[in-house]
Design a protein around this ligand. Structure first.
Ligand SMILES: Nc1ncnc2c1ncn2[C@@H]1O[C@H](COP(=O)(O)OP(=O)(O)OP(=O)(O)O)[C@@H](O)[C@H]1O
Length: 431
């Protein structure tokens, strides 16, 4: 039989062993025979979904000794001992030492098969139960890391928990400060991958430094890709990766050996479709990353989370600075819910920090095209923020058609490109 064996049969009797394997396989259960216990132990994997059936009397390693070693190596794998007729003492000892069951010789085939089927079912239920518990633990832990009770956040966590263990690359998208890097780290931690989580700012990669930073060519450090082998490469701001570098990245992703490669989690401020519309992403990379994309919702769409997050960030800041938790009146708190939060959770965290150390906080009322708190961003950044939301809105309205967007804004097409470049919406070299 070529299928993975479900039953290991151990017996030193050269006639009985093949006969038992034959009976079991005839019942549709792939089995493998071993004349020695040690040979079986060498093949035993603690995650195996099968069952061990072993004779009691064997010269090298008795059935009871084999039971003890198998229990130590793979405690969840059921072990059924075959004892001589009337050998009550061995049968009792086997059960006391954790055997699943015992069978007296000579056992009718139907009885043997019934015991094996019961043991297999027990094993299946045990593994299923464990996987279920792991899934629940993953969900609970995600809740503790990515805070928020809003429907948007709950959906987001559900999607993250679903993609975490899969062997697929992921695109996380959302406005600045919505928790993309936090989510990427959580995806890595729950992926079951043994390797490292290696973050790289794709916006800072150039043709000149790509080889050194990504592959370690001519550099002292090993490079991000070798470091992420068996783990996760977090490509932050993938929308800013220049087109030729997108091609190089894609080739490296395609060359990954199954099971040994690095998983890519990319982040961008827009969804895959947005990025394609503004021409920031090649079709090839698009198809690679479009399998799994998860949006991190903006804070203004998670109104019910604001106080909860503020309280948490205040607690953390108070602890960090060894200050007391600030008293805030209802009136002082009211603007927090209606404010636009362009910097999202990062901005809320900064505000909490200011409140704890006693600095003045001014939340500007929302302006059209995205409210911006000049206080927190500074004039230049605030203007850029305003300009990019204006450009994004025009492009969105025209389905990404730049000529029409330029017309709608009343500026020449060339100027639209220049302004998109200035706002980091176009990779260098594309116009
Ligand atoms: N759901 C959340 N619960 C608690 N803290 C959060 C949550 N989301 C984000 N944060 C915190 O907000 C800050 C910004 O998060 P993060 O750096 O992950 O955002 P980002 O989307 O990657 O930002 P950018 O796009 O600017 O790189 C971090 O301090 C992070 O710990």
């Amino acid at each position: 039989m070529t299928a993975e064996p479900k039953i290991f049969v151990v017996d030193d009797d050269a006639d009985l062993l093949p006969a038992m394997v034959e009976v079991i396989e005839a019942a549709g259960l792939p089995a493998r025979g071993f004349a020695r216990g040690r040979a079986m132990l060498a093949e035993l994997d603690p995650e195996w979904e099968g069952v061990i059936l072993s004779d009691m009397r064997m010269p090298e390693l008795s059935g009871l000794d084999l039971l003890a070693e198998a229990r130590a190596m793979a405690p969840g794998v059921p072990f059924v001992l075959i004892t001589a007729h009337g050998d009550v003492r061995s049968a009792v000892a086997a059960i006391q030492r954790g055997a699943f069951d015992f069978i007296e010789k000579p056992a009718p085939p139907e009885y043997l098969l019934a015991v094996i089927r019961r043991a297999l079912e027990t094993r299946r239920l045990l593994l299923e139960n464990r996987r279920l518990k792991e899934r629940i633990a993953r969900g609970t832990d995600l809740r503790a890391r990515l805070l928020g009770r809003s429907v948007a956040m709950r959906n987001c966590r559900r999607e993250l928990a679903a993609v975490a263990p899969l062997e697929v690359d992921v695109l996380l998208y959302g406005e600045p400060g919505t928790g993309k890097q936090l989510a990427a780290q959580a995806l890595h931690d729950f992926s079951g991958r043994d390797g490292e989580f290696v973050p790289v700012d794709a916006g800072a990669l150039t043709e000149a430094n790509f080889g050194a930073l990504m592959l370690g060519e001519g550099a002292e450090a090993p490079g991000a890709i070798p470091s992420a082998r068996g783990g996760t490469l977090y490509l932050d701001r993938v929308n800013l990766l220049a087109s030729p570098l997108q091609q190089r990245m894609l080739a490296l992703m395609e060359a990954r050996a199954p099971g040994e490669g690095f998983r890519v989690i990319a982040s961008a401020h827009g969804s895959i479709n947005d990025l394609r519309r503004v021409g920031a992403m090649s079709d090839d990379l698009y198809y690679r990353l479009s399998l799994a994309e998860v949006e991190l919702p903006p804070l203004r769409n998670r109104e019910t989370d604001i106080y909860l997050l503020l309280a948490q960030f205040l607690r953390e800041a108070a602890q960090r600075h060894n200050r007391r938790f600030p008293d805030l009146t209802q009136q002082e708190l009211r603007p927090y819910r209606s404010y636009h939060w362009p910097g999202n959770l990062r901005e809320l965290r900064n505000v909490a920090e200011k409140l704890v150390i006693g600095l003045k906080v001014t939340l500007q009322p929302q302006a059209r095209g995205g409210g911006v708190a000049v206080d927190d961003l500074g004039y230049d950044d605030a203007m850029r923020e305003f300009e990019s939301s204006l450009l994004r809105a025009a492009l969105q309205k025209t389905g990404g058609r730049k000529t029409e967007a330029a017309e709608a804004l009343g500026i020449p097409r060339k100027r639209l490109y220049l302004r998109m470049r200035a706002c980091g919406m176009l990779p260098p070299g594309q116009d």
